[in-house]
Write a protein that binds this ligand. Structure first.
Ligand SMILES: Nc1ncnc2c1ncn2[C@@H]1O[C@H](COP(=O)(O)OP(=O)(O)OP(=O)(O)O)[C@@H](O)[C@H]1O
Ligand SMILES: [Mg+2]
Length: 257
């Protein structure tokens, strides 16, 4: 489904601040796989998402989604089939518009209709039912301005927006990091449900190692713009949070040396 072939990206090239955010990175993700992505601050995790979503263009290498080479495709075109959710619950939604208006805009964008066009009654019902499926009662708050919802509720609506039309790929960049522990847990549960109900190919960045091991089917660890650990199956099942922390700390020590 997703093939990243030797992708590199350098910031501030040919200056004293030159920094390689992605270094010859290769990654293949099969359809329906759910990868969790871990690694220290500055490891290149968000940069990887930036080149996949089109927010940034890599300096070399190729990004293929399905049979399509999307390396140079503009971000707004990729947004129709790549969903992305950020740490900040306000990002990606219009706070002064209602829950329903935000969902309608996301729906129109995904089916490539003008956001000015009016959805049919059936479409409005579909959007409401998609939100109701989260079992949070948010369908009763369709007319509430999204800026008035709690962080957890906003992230739940954002998840609904990103999955109204099944995306080819869902990118979650620390999407529970700004939430209190209970809201974070419930948004993670919701993520698990939405991803498995719809069999969505997903990459989720997290600093919470226990979530990284509990969710999904495979875990990759990044350091200095490369993948330094890639584990799935029984090997992953046997790994403890302590093992991963030890690995992270040994990488950090190597970098410091
Ligand atoms: N716009 C930019 N200009 C210059 N350097 C950047 C820019 N964006 C990222 N970097 C650098 O690229 C490296 C990778 O950053 P990135 O944001 O991908 O890390 P990350 O793994 O997501 O870290 P975190 O866990 O802190 O979110 C870092 O050293 C960072 O300073
Ligand atoms: Mg980041």
């Amino acid at each position: 489904m997703l093939n990243i072939e030797s992708v590199s990206m350098v910031f501030n090239k040919n200056t004293p601040d030159e920094h390689k955010a992605l270094d010859n990175l290769c990654l293949s993700v099969a359809e329906g796989e759910f990868l969790t992505v871990i690694g220290g601050n500055g490891a290149g995790k968000s940069s990887l998402f930036n080149v996949i979503s089109g927010k940034m263009v890599c300096d070399s290498g190729n990004i293929l989604l399905g049979n399509e080479n999307i390396t140079f495709m503009p971000e707004h075109k990729r947004a129709a089939f790549i969903g992305r959710i950020f740490q900040d619950p306000m990002k990606g939604t219009a706070p002064n518009l209602t829950v329903e208006e935000n969902l309608i805009i996301a729906y129109m964008r995904n089916i490539k209709r003008s956001i000015m066009s009016v959805p049919s009654k059936n479409e409005k019902n579909y959007i409401r039912e998609h939100l109701a499926a989260l079992n949070l009662g948010l369908e009763k708050r369709m007319n509430t301005k999204i800026g008035l919802l709690s962080g957890g509720q906003r992230q739940a609506v954002t998840l609904a927006m990103a999955t109204l039309i099944k995306p080819k790929l869902l990118l979650l960049d620390e999407h529970t990091a700004a939430l209190d522990p209970l809201s974070a847990d419930s948004v993670l549960e919701l993520t698990k449900k939405i991803v498995s109900d719809n069999n969505i190919t997903t990459l989720m960045i997290t600093h919470n190692i226990s979530s990284a091991l509990a969710l999904g089917t495979r875990t990759i660890m990044m350091d200095s713009g490369s993948i330094v650990l890639d584990i799935g199956g029984s090997e992953r099942n046997e790994l403890s949070v302590h093992d991963v922390l030890r690995e992270l700390s040994s990488i950090k020590n190597r970098t410091v040396e």
